[in-house]
Design a protein around this ligand. Structure first.
Ligand SMILES: [Zn+2]
Length: 322
């Protein structure tokens, strides 16, 4: 093997580490545990030890590693490679993780937030392969996103671009964790889809989900989609509202960045065509009629490994043959 790229996905409960060749084939991977009260330097040492063990176990010499990429959760500064704060890692405040890792490995380290990393992974080898203008959404507890425009990740002033979950889709709507009202994240994320259903049922709405709430004390997004599929009218309305909000996001992004493809990733895409079909339905319904657009909306293809693939792909892009 000539050139090796390491991709690291720093999560709140574990760190995934993957080892890739220059074609971005996954050669081997591992994961190490993080604990909430861990000091940054302990986490960095775990990454270092985990990576070296992975390489040694697979007979890959450290000398063949050309660069390392890492994706981090939460607010970060791409310019200086700092994690400003990290969900589930409360001791991570203004941590210069890029330089800390670069020192441990004695290799170039490329750093990005996790949504941008996953976006880049899909662009490099997934659902956005060969697509130089794409929009990427992750639909999970929150809504994250990334935009690739003319082949490059969009960062914006102060790295503030692509907070796509905080685009307002329902003015005056539900209060978001960010303080705004009516954010996409507050209406169309997995957790808000579940919360909208649960609140309405607690307020007396009739639905087969009522029994789920009684039995489990809570309703999940998966429950909502399942009951909609079985024909429950109330659950169907909740899903329709999620689809409408996502369609609005797609149209707003279409008119802003002109993507050739819009890619959805994250836990909610498990709903499959039940979600995608409805998003496309409202997208067609709401979309302007001025121009015949050929923008395609589809699901991500990289799944669980998107974080490590994207991180390695960024490392390759930034340090390899551009
Ligand atoms: Zn918000």
């Amino acid at each position: 093997v000539s050139e090796i790229y390491i991709g690291i996905d720093l999560g709140g409960t574990n760190i995934k580490i993957g080892c890739f060749d220059e074609k971005l084939n996954l050669l081997c991977k591992t994961s190490v545990i993080t604990e909430a009260q861990m000091e940054p330097k302990v986490v960095v040492e775990r990454i270092n030890a985990g990576t070296r063990k992975l390489l040694a176990d697979n007979n890959i010499p450290m000398e063949s590693v050309k660069a390392v990429g890492i994706g981090v959760p939460g607010p970060s500064n791409v310019e200086n490679g700092m994690i400003i704060a990290a969900p589930n890692l409360p001791l991570f405040k203004n941590v210069p993780i890029r330089d800390m890792l670069s020192e441990k490995f004695d290799k170039p380290v490329v750093f990005e937030n996790d949504a941008n990393v996953a976006c880049w992974g899909e662009h490099a080898v997934g659902a956005g392969k060969g697509i130089d203008n794409m929009v990427f959404f992750t639909l999970g507890t929150g809504i994250g996103g990334g935009i690739i425009t003319e082949g490059k990740l969009l960062h914006g002033f102060n790295n503030n671009a692509t907070e796509l979950g905080h685009l307002i889709v329902r003015p005056g709507g539900r209060v978001c964790g960010c303080g705004q009202k009516g954010c996409a994240e507050a209406h169309a994320s997995a957790s808000s889809t579940a919360a909208r259903a649960q609140e309405a049922i607690e307020a007396g709405a009739e639905s087969s989900l009522k029994k789920v709430l009684e039995d489990n004390k809570q309703i999940t997004c998966k429950d909502v989609f399942e009951h909609a599929k079985s024909g429950d009218k109330f659950a169907t309305e909740i899903v329709e509202e999620t689809a409408k909000c996502l369609a609005i996001l797609c149209i707003d992004l279409l008119h802003t960045t002109g993507p050739e493809r819009i890619v959805f990733a994250g836990g909610m895409i498990a709903a499959g065509e039940q979600l995608l079909g409805r998003v496309k339905h409202y997208y067609e319904e709401y979309l302007w009629t001025l121009k015949a657009e050929k923008t395609e909306i589809c699901f991500a293809t990289l799944g669980e490994d998107a974080g490590i693939i994207g991180a390695a792909a960024l490392a390759l892009y930034e340090t390899g043959n551009k």
